[in-house]
Design a binder for this molecule. Structure first.
Ligand SMILES: [Fe+2]
Ligand SMILES: [Fe+2]
Length: 278
């Protein structure tokens, strides 16, 4: 079975900077002919506050002639408590109304694909523990199938034993909880986005993949991370095991966030400056 993973498309009708990469990505998906496409979030620029960003982005995804599964990113449903746009009931309701459920489980052949709303993980939101209970149920009920899990945020950035990376990864306690679940249930793949870096590795028997964005890379605004900066997607081949090809898609432009952040995320740019001054 072939799964194409795309991530961090960051579409918007009003901030159209990255929309132009959709056509080459769509054509590439047509060429690959996957069984399913999984979008691992940051579908939008500002779906966390704008209905139109989600509606517009969904209309682009609906141009695909293969089934699409998706989970939200921080720009779609908000992020940590205390951030500029914390995840809350209003934002979750908007996503569900305009994009559909914020998690999924889908059986295809001998595989169970699971999508998690990774913004709930560590959020303290009332639905956080409910999602963990659901995940356990989906893992325990896999009935011999192999499992591939998709979410927006990675479990860690540099080291599975690292401390809390805040914005970037999962906190140590929830990370440990998830890694124990993955090991106990023979999870073959955890694939994420969010970092705008492309990388693959493994922990125990679980392969880890960071999909590249289809939108922008980051130059000096953030620190260097493992892997490489590129714009494209991933083809996961799920058979007895998993092989994943990270692909720089022909015809796309690797926009650089540093050049456009004041237009695309002016409030975030202000916050970075304010935090740097503190
Ligand atoms: Fe992103
Ligand atoms: Fe993100």
């Amino acid at each position: 079975m072939k799964v194409v993973q795309i991530s961090d498309t960051h579409f918007s009708p009003s901030k159209a900077h990255f929309n132009g990469n959709w056509e080459p990505v769509r054509r590439w998906i047509e060429t690959v002919r996957p069984d399913v496409v999984v979008h691992t979030g940051d579908l939008t620029i500002d779906g966390a506050d704008q209905d139109e960003d989600i509606s517009f982005s969904m209309s682009l995804l609906q141009e695909l002639d293969v089934p699409v599964l998706l989970v939200p990113g921080n720009h779609d449903v908000g992020h940590m408590p205390g951030s500029l746009q914390p995840i809350d009931d209003l934002r979750l309701e908007r996503w569900r109304r305009l994009a559909g459920p914020d998690r999924f489980a889908k059986d295809l052949g001998n595989w169970r694909l699971i999508g998690l709303n990774s913004l709930l993980i560590g959020s303290g939101h009332a639905e956080e523990s409910e999602q963990v209970d659901w995940l356990v149920e989906m893992l325990e009920g896999r009935n011999g199938r192999r499992v591939a899990i998709f979410g927006h945020k990675p479990l860690f950035v540099d080291d599975p034993a690292e401390g809390d990376t805040g914005y970037w990864g999962a906190g140590p306690a929830v990370r440990q909880q998830l890694l124990e679940l993955f090991a106990a249930h023979d999870v073959a793949l955890y694939a994420s986005g969010h970092l705008h870096w492309a990388w693959q590795g493994e922990i125990g028997a679980t392969k880890l993949v960071w999909a590249p964005p289809t939108s922008f890379i980051i130059d000096t605004l953030e620190r260097e991370m493992p892997g490489e900066r590129l714009v494209g997607g991933v083809v996961h081949h799920l058979a007895d095991g998993v092989t994943s090809e990270i692909v720089a898609v022909d015809g796309t432009t690797a926009h650089i966030l540093d050049h456009v952040i004041d237009e695309v995320y002016p409030r975030h740019a202000t916050k970075v400056v304010v935090e740097a001054a503190q």
